[in-house]
Write a protein that binds this ligand. Structure first.
Ligand code: SF4
Ligand code: F3S
Length: 112
């Protein structure tokens, strides 16, 4: 089992999750973060930190696609351990659904 970052993170990227992780397993893309499923110890402390509920236990149904995406991009995006500045327009995307098709970016973030 692991926790995974899901669609709600895209374009919100609040980063409240990163500093509580005891094993530093968040990785930063241009528009979202992912968790490395091979390193996550399933402690769950990051889950309530996210204001848009973008962190889920992979035991929830229907998350296979997000587990695969987290695993894939954790290999290439830079590690992030410190909260940066969220996107200026993050709030505008809090309630937006179906963000993947329009806003997902394969580009890496800057990490920290
Ligand atoms: Fe890190 Fe724990 Fe969240 Fe896994 S569940 S990403 S180990 S804080
Ligand atoms: Fe994303 Fe929520 Fe963390 S929006 S960056 S999973 S605090």
């Amino acid at each position: 089992m692991t926790y995974v970052v899901v669609e709600a993170c895209i374009k919100c990227k609040y980063m409240d999750c990163v500093e509580v992780c005891p094993v530093d397993c968040f990785y930063e893309g241009e528009n979202m973060l992912v968790i490395d499923p091979d390193v996550c110890i399933d402690c769950g402390v990051c889950e309530p930190e996210c204001p848009v509920e973008a962190i889920k236990a992979d035991t929830e149904s229907g998350l296979e696609r997000w587990l695969a995406l987290n695993a894939e991009y954790a290999k290439t995006w830079p590690n992030i351990t410190q909260k940066g500045t969220p996107p200026a327009d993050a709030k505008e995307f809090d309630q937006v659904g179906q963000k993947y098709e329009t806003y997902f970016s394969e580009k890496p973030g800057s990490g920290s």
